[in-house]
Design a protein around this ligand. Structure first.
Ligand code: UD1
Ligand code: M6R
Length: 700
């Protein structure tokens, strides 16, 4: 998915080469998000020049293109703004003209990088074209750059001098849709504005001196919209396309950002890193400030000012805190593993432990989730719980629904975010809506969250990325603390979400004495999970062999499960599809005889989950039905359970440790993660970047 990176140096000498290298490095840290092209913009040789270099393909291809274009590297800048972007095509094919940065005109007067979608871009484009502007790309983003120039020129003609923040505000007034946006301009050398709406953006700060305060004041406008006469000529009187320049009042650079002044009141040497993702900032600085929707961060002369695009409403925060990221750089690197996905699969003994760390008292069988503790009485009184998510996160909801219902006796429904929105499902004030997301930035889930917030429901997030949109917009929640997940295929986030949801269910029913034996059983089970995962990971060689002997050349694969294991079957099938491109389907074992059985023959590989729980006899009868049609299933069962007399009738038996019924899916899913990984590697697929997919799906 698209990624933004920007680098600003002030009173810190950097050569153009160093600036370009910084931008390229920042982009390479965003690569894991999935993208199809990349580009950068830096200052040119003459005053008023901007170089833009773009390339379809990987960041390395862009790096080569910069070398091929013989970009001069030695010029020194003591104040400079560079912006960069990785694009994931939505409007227009992956082609050089469609890559960002986009420009206002052939002189590159205004250049922008943009994440998100401008929904009114057609109307804007038509109007700007009618004013003589020539568009080069098929993107929605280009209209933003053109709009900057048009409004700037309109102000100029009216004799109005606007600063970059005010200009940005006027541009935003015309935009509909979502954006994370950086703009740089030859009209405002050494300045940049960064703004967001529905798309993440943060500012990292690096300085040798101590910041005076760990927050930045928010500066509010006096009016919501530009207010003077319309001189732009674009206005149709009825739409948002007023493009009205506004006279500069006393809000022109009136305040100072206190954090960035030295003791003598003078600006200090400072570097700023602007990014859509902390992963590209962490190697430079841990001091970051997350922008809120409608914030405009204006950086110039070593100062960072946060303005609001809109007038303040009651209760709005008047500062943005500068936080310290707890993520380490080595947490986002591959270590000894060949792929991030493999690393993340093998991290699960640690990541599952980290999800529980400090939250479970194993001695007294007590759960303490700091993020939702205060909300538990309200949640216990709710009419129903609606779990909403996409993809793997949806499967973690399915996997835990039954234990939620058992422990809380509150009706629970599980919804795919897109379908939930399509149906405009009724939501009420006494509902609790739980949003599960690794990234916390999935557009469908965010839209569903906004839908539920508008209807007054209580919203709870189960999220991996701290500071993400879902984490910040929910009333309360639990960070799963699995660490950054970089492989597109979600693995460790699944097991950690699963555990976080089980802990949530346990906390909701904490008061009930009659349930305490069941609580104890589950909490004891959770304690053993990290070690048991280590045991399952030892199956890797056997699974690799199984892929080589029987599965690599197959076209299709079925997974059978019921009860708790239906979610495991769906999740296993999703992993295989997305990484190895092999068709696979998770089937509810009870549904086999209602249609799917027609597919079964001696050739179709079938994986059946036959671990011990109350439904074991029924699962065995489904396996018998498969064998009776000459099928030779791969059976996942508990250690020592011989699945009597089945050895010679099966393709393979994979044994996993036994745990409590509601936790068994945590162990059963691991062989499928390993299988999908090896099927993909054997097929020569770039496991961390499967075709057509992105890590963070920030478009609807
Ligand atoms: C928090 C701290 C942790 C510290 C611990 C000890 C953070 C991110 N976590 O962990 O570093 O060691 O206290 O006191 O600072 N939230 C949402 N929506 C979500 C996820 C979380 O609103 O989707 C909110 C929670 O309600 C809570 C806050 O974010 O207010 C932090 O949540 P979480 O990290 O789960 O809390 P703790 O485990 O208590
Ligand atoms: O970041 P999220 O958990 O909200 O993402 C949801 C899905 O896009 C994600 O789980 C996707 O299905 C994974 N690539 C599956 O491995």
């Amino acid at each position: 998915m698209c990624g933004i990176f920007g680098y600003v140096n002030f009173l810190v000498d950097k050569s153009r080469g160093e600036i370009v290298d910084n931008l390229i490095e920042g982009l390479s840290r965003l690569e894991y998000r999935g993208y199809d092209s990349a580009g950068i913009a830096v200052d040119g040789d003459k005053k008023g020049d901007t170089f833009i270099v773009k390339k379809v393909g990987k960041v390395n291809a862009l790096k080569q293109e910069i070398i091929d274009q013989k970009l001069e590297r030695s010029t020194l800048f003591d104040c400079h703004v560079g912006i960069a972007h990785t694009r994931w095509a939505t409007h227009g094919q992956p082609m050089t003209v469609n890559c960002h940065p986009h420009r206002s005109d052939v002189n590159n007067e205004f250049v922008v990088v943009h994440n998100g979608i401008i929904t009114n871009y057609r109307a804007l484009k038509t109007l700007l074209e009618s004013k003589g502007m020539r568009f080069e790309s098929e993107t929605d983003s280009e209209c933003i750059a053109k709009l900057f120039k048009h409004i700037y020129d309109t102000n100029l003609k009216a004799g109005l001098e606007v600063d970059l923040n005010e200009l940005t505000k006027q541009v935003l007034f015309e935009l509909e849709g979502s954006y994370g946006l950086l703009v740089k301009s030859t009209r405002y050398p050494g300045e940049v504005c960064a703004t967001r709406k529905g798309s993440p953006l943060l500012v990292g700060v690096k300085t040798n001196r101590k910041l005076k305060v760990d927050f930045v004041d928010v500066e509010f406008p006096e009016h919501d919209a530009p207010s003077s006469n319309n001189t732009s000529g674009l206005a149709d009187g009825s739409s948002n396309l007023g493009l009205m320049p506004v006279a500069q009042g006393d809000n022109l650079r009136t305040s100072q950002s206190r954090a960035f002044l030295a003791d003598d009141g003078m600006p200090m040497p400072v570097e700023f890193f602007l990014s859509s993702d902390p992963a590209s900032v962490i190697q430079h600085t841990k001091k970051v400030l997350f922008l809120e929707d409608d914030d405009i961060a204006h950086i110039y002369d070593g100062e960072l000012h946060i303005h609001r695009a809109k007038k303040s409403s009651a209760g709005e925060a008047t500062t943005r805190s500068i936080q310290t990221l707890e993520m380490e750089l080595n947490e986002i690197m591959k270590g000894p593993y060949k792929h991030f996905m493999q690393k993340e699969i093998f991290e699960q003994p640690d990541s599952t432990f980290n999800t529980m760390r400090g939250r479970i008292d194993f001695k007294d069988s007590k759960i303490n989730l700091g993020g939702i503790k205060g909300w538990l009485p309200t949640i216990r009184r709710c009419r129903r719980i609606i779990m909403i998510a996409c993809g793997t996160s949806y499967h973690s909801c399915l996997a835990t629904r039954s234990i939620f219902e058992e422990l809380t006796e509150i009706p629970v429904s599980v919804e795919l975010a897109s379908d939930f929105l399509d149906r405009k499902s009724p939501v009420f004030r006494d509902d609790t809506c739980v949003f599960v997301s690794q990234s916390g930035e999935t557009a469908d889930s965010i839209l569903a969250l906004q839908y539920c917030l508008e209807r007054g429901a209580l919203t709870v997030g189960i999220v991996n990325s701290v500071g993400s949109s879902i984490s910040r917009q929910t009333h309360c929640g639990v960070h799963i603390n699995a660490g950054p997940e970089i492989g597109v295929a979600s693995t460790k986030a699944y097991t950690s979400q699963y555990i976080a949801l089980v802990m949530f269910a346990l906390s909701l029913s904490n008061d009930s004495i009659s349930r305490s034996p069941r609580h104890k059983e589950i909490i004891d089970g959770l304690q053993k999970i990290p070690e048991q995962i280590k045991t399952v990971l030892q199956l890797e060689d056997k699974i690799k062999q199984l892929c080589d002997d029987h599965l690599n050349s197959q076209k299709s694969l079925l997974l059978l499960g019921r009860g708790y294991q239906f979610a495991t079957a769906l999740e296993g099938a999703l992993k295989i599809k997305e990484i190895s491109y092999m068709h696979s389907e998770g089937v509810l074992a009870g549904e086999l005889k209602h249609g799917v059985l027609a597919l079964v023959d001696k050739d179709l590989p079938i994986i059946a989950f036959a671990t011990k729980d109350s439904l074991f006899p029924k699962t065995m009868s489904a396996i018998e039905q498969v064998i009776a049609r000459d099928g030779r299933p791969i059976i996942i069962c508990n250690e020592g359970e011989k699945v009597i007399g089945m050895e010679e009738k099966t393709m393979a038996i994979l044994e996993v440790p036994l745990t409590v019924d509601c936790l068994q899916g945590l162990l059963n899913v691991i062989p499928l993660q390993l299988m999908s990984y090896w099927l993909a590697v054997n097929r020569g697929i770039d496991v961390d970047f499967p075709r057509n997919l992105a890590k963070s799906v920030t478009v609807e």
